[in-house]
Design a protein around this ligand. Structure first.
Ligand SMILES: *Cc1c(COP(=O)(O)O)cnc(C)c1O
Length: 427
C-alpha cells in the first residue's frame, strides 16, 4: 500500500530507499527499462525484419545493465575499451557488441578484434588500416560500417549535435577519403564491409533531420553501388531520440522509425536491391526516464528578495548535465509529495563551483533540513558521467522493481578515493 505524501518509484517508497541506502543515491527502475525495450520490440524489431537495437552503453552501463540488455535480446553499442570490457565481463555475447568512437585506441581495437565483436564502426581516416593490421596479427576477420557525417544541423544543444560537417565524428560526405576507405574495405581480406552509420545528435524531437540524413545516406548507397558494384547491406541510424525531463513531449519510436523505414523500402524497390539491415542505437530514451537521483536537503540559504538556495548532498559530481549543457530538470521533496508548493527555490549541489546548480526556480512545499529530494529523469548520463571532483564519493546505484530494491553498484568510500594514490618515498 502506498502511503500518502510519499513519493513512490516502481513501487518503492523513495524516503525509505534513502534511509536504507543513504544519499545521494541513484535509483533505476527495471520495469521502466524493460518497458522501453518492449516498446522497441513492438514498434521496430517485431514490426520490421532484419533489424537490431544496439543499446548505447555510454548512457548507463554497470554490469547489471549489460545483463538486462542481454536478457532482453538487445545488442550493445560501446565507445571505449572500458565499456567493451564491462560488456564482456558481464557475459554479453561478443557478436552482439558494436564499437563506435572517433579515436579508438590500438589496445581497444585489439580487445575488440580478439573477442570477435560484431561490428566496428570506422570513424577516422587511418582507422581502417589499423584494424586491418590487428586482424592480420590476430588472424581474425571483422565486420565494419563507416560513420558518415551527413551535414545535417539537428536542433539540440551544440555539444550534443554530431551530424554537421564541422564535427570530430565521422567522415565528411564530400571527401575523397571516404571513397578510398570504402574501396579498401571492400577489397580487404580481413574486412567485411557491411555499410554506413550516422548519428546526428541527441535529445531530438523532430524526425525531419533523421529523414534528411537518411536521404543523404541512401544517395551514398547508390554511389557505392555504381562505383564499386557492391550493395550496402546494413545502415545504422544512430540514437538521439528525445525524452521528457520537464514538460517535453516525448515522441514514440514509431514516429521516428516508421517514415525512415518507409523511405528505405521505397528506395530499395526503386533501386531493385534488397533492403539493408537496419540498426538503431538508443541510449537516453531507454534509461533516462527510468532513473531518479535522491538527495538529502542540508543548508538552506534564504537571500531575502533575491533567491532561496536549497543545498543537497550531491551535485555536479553525480549529475554534470546542468553545469555542462544547462540541462533542465524537475524534482520533488519525496517526503512531502502531496503538500502544496508554496515556495520557489534553487536546488544547488555541494561542490565548489557557482555553476553547481541542479534546478533553478522550482516550486516546492516549505523545504527543511533532512528532507529527501528527488530529481526525475536522471537515468541517462548521470551515473555514467559522474566524477570525484572535490573528492566526493560516487553514489551507489539501486535497481528497483515492483517494490523490491537491489544494489547494483556499491557507493564509493574514502578508501576508494585513495586506492590509486601514491606518495613517492622522497616526499
Ligand atoms: C551517444 C550516441 C548514441 C546514443 O545517443 P542517445 O541520445 O543517448 O540515444 C548512439 N550512437 C552514437 C554513435 C552515439 O555517439
Amino acid at each position: 500500500m502506498e502511503e500518502k505524501n510519499k513519493l513512490y518509484f516502481d513501487g518503492c517508497d523513495v524516503t525509505e530507499l534513502a534511509k536504507e541506502y543513504g544519499t545521494p543515491l541513484y535509483v533505476m527502475s527495471e520495469t521502466a527499462i524493460v518497458g522501453k525495450f518492449s516498446q522497441l520490440k513492438e514498434e521496430f524489431l517485431d514490426k520490421y525484419e532484419n533489424t537490431r537495437v544496439a543499446y548505447a552503453a555510454k548512457a548507463f552501463f554497470p554490469m547489471a545493465m549489460a545483463k538486462i540488455a542481454e536478457r532482453e535480446g538487445m545488442c550493445v553499442d560501446v565507445v571505449s575499451g572500458g565499456e567493451l570490457y564491462t560488456a564482456l565481463k558481464a557475459g554479453f555475447p561478443p557478436e552482439r557488441i558494436e564499437f563506435n568512437g572517433n579515436n579508438k585506441l590500438p589496445d581497444e581495437l585489439r580487445l575488440a578484434v580478439k573477442n570477435g565483436i560484431g561490428r566496428i564502426i570506422v570513424d577516422g581516416f587511418s582507422e581502417l588500416e589499423r584494424i586491418e593490421e590487428i586482424c592480420k596479427e590476430e588472424n581474425r576477420r571483422i565486420s565494419v560500417l563507416f560513420r558518415v557525417t551527413p551535414g545535417i544541423k539537428a536542433d539540440s544543444h551544440d555539444y550534443i549535435v554530431t551530424g554537421k560537417k564541422d564535427s570530430k565524428f565521422g567522415f565528411p560526405l564530400d571527401d575523397e577519403v571516404l571513397q578510398d576507405q570504402i574501396s579498401r574495405a571492400i577489397q580487404s581480406e580481413y574486412i567485411d564491409f557491411k555499410g554506413l552509420h550516422f548519428h546526428i545528435g541527441s535529445q531530438l524531437f523532430d524526425n525531419g533531420p533523421y529523414l534528411q540524413a537518411l536521404d543523404i545516406i541512401l544517395e551514398l548507397t547508390k554511389k557505392i553501388r555504381e562505383k564499386f558494384g557492391v550493395d550496402v547491406s546494413e545502415i545504422n541510424f544512430g540514437g538521439g531520440f528525445g525524452i521528457q525531463y520537464i514538460d517535453e513531449e516525448r515522441k514514440s519510436y514509431s514516429y521516428f522509425l516508421d517514415p525512415m523505414m518507409e523511405k528505405m523500402e521505397k528506395f530499395c524497390r526503386e533501386e531493385g536491391m534488397e533492403r539493408p539491415a537496419v540498426v538503431i542505437e538508443p541510449g537516453r530514451s531507454i534509461v533516462g526516464e527510468a532513473g531518479i537521483s535522491v538527495y538529502t536537503i542540508g543548508q538552506i540559504k534564504d537571500i531575502k528578495g533575491v533567491r532561496k538556495y536549497v543545498s543537497v548532498d550531491g551535485g555536479m559530481t553525480d549529475n554534470i548535465r546542468p553545469a555542462l549543457y544547462q540541462s533542465l530538470y524537475t524534482g520533488v521533496i519525496a517526503n512531502k509529495a502531496d503538500e502544496e508548493k508554496t515556495e520557489t527555490v534553487t536546488i544547488c549541489g555541494k561542490c565548489c563551483e557557482s555553476g553547481d546548480i541542479l534546478i533553478r526556480d522550482l516550486k516546492v512545499p516549505e523545504p527543511e533540513q533532512g528532507d529527501i529530494f528527488a530529481i526525475f529523469s536522471t537515468g541517462a548520463y548521470g551515473y555514467s558521467m559522474a566524477s570525484n571532483y572535490n573528492r566526493n564519493c560516487i553514489p551507489p546505484v539501486v535497481l528497483v522493481k515492483e517494490g523490491k530494491s537491489r544494489l547494483i553498484v556499491k557507493g564509493q568510500d574514502y578508501e576508494d578515493l585513495l586506492r590509486n594514490d601514491i606518495i613517492p618515498e622522497d616526499l
